[in-house]
Design a protein around this ligand. Structure first.
Ligand SMILES: *[C@@H]1O[C@H](CO)[C@@H](O)[C@H](O)[C@H]1NC(C)=O
Length: 312
């Protein structure tokens, strides 16, 4: 019997997390709780910003976009992971796998680019406070958001199309809990040189350029504080930039952890743990980082809740 290699693999096996069968229930409960927290936390931020007109400023509209992207980002991997922990059949179709990979890249990159947009917003707010409203006009905000999405959609499309050219052979076991591009490349039996080159070039540009832009924005911000250093000025800068800086550190801290700390042994386990950090933990923490330390959000929450109670 002759089977065409390419069509012989209609699906992949997602190996999932390296956990023991007796730990399954515990991990299921843990990840379900984390996923629900992520969905709820981000939904509250989006709804709050939509409902409260005091939060209709560029900073919060970008934050709302970030929450939306976090929500989608964890929804790309978590439901499948939860289903996999419970079921006996950890398979995923070829099309399903490529779709997951595509959306994973779209939302991960959106977060990446939005963090730059938010840094630029803070830079303008602090260094040009008098011109802030004219520079960050609604038109510019919408353009920045649209550009972010267009860029990430094209970027992810390119990687996905390059991957779709490859053929896959007998080995269809993905040693990961989602269809990660590098895990898939390991399974390909055609030449992956172009793919790896593009991942290296675009991936480096896509991490280093945003990171540098954020650093440059913050250097400008610090210079401007040093120039007009008053106690209130510094406190104000910390209150508006603190949350953004925490999210940036969490995001790039994980990326730097993944790439700059090579481990000789057990790299699969390390890869999975790091992937859990950025797919599960980061999207869950972002809304809390923004809301717990932020007076505007707390006040908006009180306003929205109280307004709702008056008609009752
Ligand atoms: C994203 O940002 C744009 C521009 O500021 C805004 O119009 C839009 O409502 C935001 N989208 C979400 C989902 O918050």
């Amino acid at each position: 019997m002759i089977i065409n290699n390419q069509t012989a693999i209609p699906q992949f096996i997602l190996l999932g997390l390296p956990i023991l069968p007796e730990q399954q229930q515990m991990f299921y409960a843990l990840f379900l709780a984390m996923y629900l927290t992520t969905v709820l936390g981000n939904l509250i931020i989006i709804i709050l910003i939509r409902l409260d007109s005091h939060l209709h400023t560029p900073m919060y509209l970008f934050l709302s976009n970030l929450s939306f992207s976090d929500l989608c980002f964890s929804s790309v991997t978590m439901p499948k992971l939860l289903q996999n922990i419970q079921s006996q059949d950890p398979s995923i179709s070829y099309a399903g796998c490529l779709t997951q990979m595509y959306f994973f890249m779209v939302f991960a990159n959106t977060e990446n680019v939005l963090l730059v947009v938010m840094a630029y917003d803070r830079y303008v707010a602090i260094c040009f406070p008098l011109h802030y409203t004219s520079i960050m006009s609604p038109k510019l905000c919408v353009s920045l958001v649209v550009l972010t999405w267009v860029f990430t959609v094209l970027y992810s499309m390119l990687h996905t199309l390059l991957l779709a050219r490859l053929s896959f052979c007998e080995d269809n076991v993905i040693t990961h809990f989602f269809c990660d591009i590098s895990a898939l490349l390991k399974l390909a039996c055609s030449d992956t040189y172009i793919n790896e080159l593009m991942i290296f070039i675009l991936g480096t540009l896509d991490t280093v350029v945003p990171f540098l832009l954020i650093v440059v924005s913050y250097v400008q911000i610090v210079c401007s504080i040093l120039k007009f250093s008053t106690k209130q000025g510094i406190a104000k800068v910390f209150s508006t930039c603190g949350s953004h800086l925490s999210v940036v550190s969490l995001f790039y801290g994980t990326i730097i952890g993944v790439y700059l700390c090579p481990s000789a042994n057990n790299s699969t386990v390390k890869e999975i743990v790091m992937a859990l950090m950025y797919t599960v933990v980061t999207p869950m923490l972002n809304p809390f980082i923004y809301s717990l330390r932020n007076r505007d959000i707390k006040e908006a929450l009180i306003r929205v809740l109280c307004k709702k109670q008056i008609p009752l």
